[in-house]
Ligand binder design. Structure first.
Ligand SMILES: NC(=O)c1ccc[n+]([C@@H]2O[C@H](COP(=O)([O-])OP(=O)(O)OC[C@H]3O[C@@H](n4cnc5c(N)ncnc54)[C@H](OP(=O)(O)O)[C@@H]3O)[C@@H](O)[C@H]2O)c1
Length: 263
């Protein structure tokens, strides 16, 4: 199938290559910054850089809108797609209705739409095994559903039909599981490096924490640490150590209170 990408960020980077590895052809890449589109086309077989958002003469069947959520309106305002093509976004937090409304306002021809949300964290420099990435699909058209399921199953072993409300819930849970844990690990790293200690020391602990959580039917039950034990002297000492970084002190306090309430 011929596919084009609008956006060349983290998701477009990985998804376009996964689709090509599964035998699909990425024909065009558009990006606000031309050099970013050029960099992505260099990773692909035969894709060309699309200089503007007028795809009227494109022979792609599916267009992946992989831009920041806040840029979706600005991009769809200028977007011209060939008749009969499918426009999908990859966002966890934008609904299908959001995309439909934009298309209705800005597109001169009716547009088939859908959502193709890969539930994973993507950074250009880190390899992702797409076979394990759950692909959450949503559309109101049976034809589009067939196409999106084919694409999803070609790159992943895990495909779900997920509506916009469910996807928002998944995205909220993912923010806690991924974005906040990553931030907390960043804080750990900073605390260690300020004291000339290596993050490597925490590696077995981090691995076991995730290992245990993934195996536990009730993750709160395997909580350990001073907040779980109610060890107030240690908690006070930690809070004092964080006096130079009031943001981290606040995070420590809020998490400690939340853990204590689960005891
Ligand atoms: N990263 C993840 O882990 C992840 C996972 C699942 C779903 N998603 C979703 O996938 C979508 C893309 O995310 P991403 O992580 O790939 O984002 P990203 O790496 O930040 O890339 C954003 C893309 O949007 C373009 N862009 C930003 N503002 C723009 C504007 N005003 N006009 C035109 N283009 C603009 C950027 O163009 P230039 O680079 O050329 O400036 C870039 O190609 C989002 O909806 C996100 O929620 C992300």
């Amino acid at each position: 199938m011929k596919i084009s990408f609008i956006g060349s960020g983290n998701v477009a980077w990985h998804l376009s290559q996964a689709l090509e590895n599964a035998g699909h052809a990425v024909v065009e890449v558009f990006s606000r910054e031309n050099r970013n589109a050029v960099a992505l086309t260099k990773q692909l077989y035969n894709a060309k850089v699309q200089k503007d958002l007028n795809f009227a003469n494109s022979d792609a069947a599916v267009f992946f809108l992989c831009v920041s959520d806040d840029a979706m309106e600005e991009v769809t305002r200028k977007l011209v797609l060939p008749e009969g093509s499918i426009l999908v976004h990859t966002s966890g937090s934008k609904s299908l209705k959001d995309l439909d409304e934009l298309v209705e306002v800005y597109s001169e021809i009716p547009q088939k739409t859908g959502v193709f949300y890969p539930l994973q964290t993507f950074s250009k420099v880190f390899h992702v095994n797409f076979e394990e990435v759950p692909i959450c699909i949503e559309t109101e058209s049976e034809d589009v559903e067939k196409v999106l399921i084919t694409l999803a199953q070609d790159i992943s072993e895990v495909t779900y039909s997920v509506n916009s409300d469910e996807r928002k819930v998944l995205h909220l849970a993912a923010v806690f599981a991924c974005n906040f844990t990553n931030h907390l690990l960043g804080i750990s790293q900073e605390i260690l490096s300020h004291n000339n200690l290596e993050m490597k020391l925490l590696e077995p602990l981090i691995k076991e924490t995730f290992n245990k959580a993934l195996k536990s039917p009730k993750i709160f039950n395997v909580q350990t640490g001073p907040a779980r034990r109610g060890d107030q002297k240690i908690i006070n000492r930690h809070l004092l150590s964080l006096k130079e970084t009031p943001d981290y002190q606040r995070i420590y306090q809020i998490l400690t209170e939340s853990i204590a309430k689960k005891n």
